[in-house]
Design a protein around this ligand. Structure first.
Ligand code: XMP
Length: 472
């Protein structure tokens, strides 16, 4: 019994300030990795919970430089739709632009403008070869509905086109020099490969802090299970061009999950696959060897979790991160600290302990962007946050009602104060992180790991919060 080790969590420790050479919080770089090949600009991820992340939250997260993981507690089609909404929200390249044939009439073109809601079309032949462009400007003064598109279009000889792998910088240069609105992307034989519009380039340029893929679309992840329809779900999500899959099961260090990792990596070796949840170095090693590209760490620290109370198992979150970080470092697999973040300092501590990013649920559940309505109770506004293993979440799954008596919840349902846009909360977290990095003389998240932790007592904890006054 005397050998029972002590395990710590965020509130048990503080970081010791260092002499700082950082003169401005703007000088620190908060970029990090979600998984082996996915970069983020801020180390914050919204949790794959049905009261936290659907497309609205994922769009807001990616626009701030983080990422949202769409939960899996809906049918496959609904989850895929959420992923598509994020991927379509903004883009640099339109992959399959609308086309019209050169022999179509002005009347047909007008009809197409109404049905598609688009005013400009690439003119293509049956082999999808570019023949020209027709836009509203070309038809403004045309009166005869029988005139053909060929007569009205700007022919390809007069167009500025580009290769499909043109860089965003070159695209900007072309728009600036030529004062045009659209650039068709074509291969050497003039086959249409995409379209870039000036409007999309402006959005792309104005949104520098966003986490984007190579085509300027926002990053998004999605959760799957390790049984049932998980392979069908994984395929549908990959077809929808999701950027990362997260295997979301309560006890990730299990045969079920290891088999799921092997299977998914065998079928889709290119997908960024995040495994979890785990809380031990042995778990990390097994999942990494099975093939994961990222690891989600946290058994029971979450705001709505009761796993530790129900089962007696779990590891306080800071110790879990400390134990797993060296394994992740050795294999260059990013560590996501999932659950238990209550305030900005917890993010700083998680990163200093070795995490690459943090996943947040409860703190985001009360925001405008989380799913579900705002409810009013005794004059105050709230939203619902619930554990994905809570009774109501379990009951909402197919066939649950018949097995009602067998459900042992490992999570709760809660009312959380409505807090407006998630932007404000992320700003607070990132403000705290940047300030923390300056206290630790860390220009990067990597340098934050050189900071020294100290354990504190109850008295130290009391001293850390506001005290000896009446909070207004
Ligand atoms: P926070 O503290 O940010 O934690 O709200 C979010 C994380 O909690 C986990 N989660 C659960 N854990 N029972 C659990 O033991 C549950 O019902 C449950 N639902 C969510 C999950 O890892 C999430 O990201």
């Amino acid at each position: 019994m005397l050998n029972i080790p002590l395990a710590l969590t965020y509130d048990d420790v503080l970081l010791v300030p260092k002499k700082s050479e950082i003169t401005s919080r703007q000088d620190v770089d908060t970029s990090t990795k979600l998984s082996r090949n996915l970069k983020l600009k801020i180390p914050i991820i919204s949790a794959n919970m049905d009261t936290v992340t659907e497309s609205r939250m994922a769009i807001a997260m990616a626009k701030k430089g983080g990422i949202g993981i769409i939960h899996r507690f809906s049918d496959i089609e609904a989850q895929v739709k959420e992923v598509i909404k994020v991927k379509r929200h903004q883009h640099l390249v339109i992959d399959n632009p609308f086309t019209i044939s050169a022999t179509a009439t002005l009347g047909e073109l007008k009809e197409k403008i109404i049905t598609t809601g688009t005013s400009g079309f690439l003119v293509a032949d049956v082999n999808n070869l570019l023949l020209g462009i027709i836009s509203r400007r070309d038809i403004d003064f045309a009166t005869d509905d029988l005139t053909t598109v060929a007569e009205l279009m700007t022919p390809k000889e007069k167009l500025i086109t580009a290769n499909p792998d043109v860089s965003p910088e070159e695209v900007k240069r072309l728009f600036r020099l030529n004062k045009i609105e659209k650039i068709p992307l074509v291969d050497d034989n003039f086959h249409i490969k995409g379209l870039i519009t000036q409007k999309d380039v402006l959005i792309y340029g104005n949104n520098r802090e966003a986490a984007k893929d190579l085509r300027g679309r926002l990053l998004v992840g999605a959760a799957i299970g390790a049984g049932g329809d998980y392979l069908e779900r994984a395929k549908a999500l990959i077809d929808a061009e999701v950027d990362a899959l997260v295997i979301d099961i309560a006890h990730g260090h299990s045969l079920n999950e290891l088999q799921a990792i092997y299977k998914i990596k065998e079928l889709y070796p290119q997908i960024e696959l995040i495994g979890g949840n785990i809380a031990t170095a042995a778990g990390a090693l097994d999942l990494i060897k099975a093939g994961v590209d990222g690891l989600k760490v946290g058994i029971g620290p979450g705001s709505i979790c009761t796993t530790r109370i129900t089962t007696g198992f779990g590891v306080p979150q800071l110790t879990a991160i400390f134990n797993i970080a060296p394994v992740c470092e050795r294999y260059q697999v990013p560590l996501i600290a999932d659950g238990g973040v209550k305030q900005p300092a917890d993010v700083v501590k998680a990163l200093a302990a070795g995490a690459d990013c943090v996943m947040i649920g409860g703190q985001f559940a009360g925001t405008e962007e989380s799913p579900g309505p705002v409810i009013t109770y005794r004059g105050r506004q709230y939203k619902i946050s619930r554990g994905m293993a809570s009774l109501t979440a379990a009951l909402s799954r197919p066939n649950a009602k018949e097995n009602f008596k067998e459900i042992t919840p490992e999570g709760i349902e809660a009312r959380v104060p409505y807090r407006g846009s998630v932007d404000n909360i992320i700003n607070q977290f990132i403000g705290g992180l940047k300030s923390g990095m300056s206290y630790g003389n860390a220009k990067t998240i990597d340098e934050l790991r050189d900071c020294q932790f100290i354990r504190i007592t109850d008295a130290g904890r009391t001293e850390s919060g506001s005290h000896d006054n009446e909070v207004l």
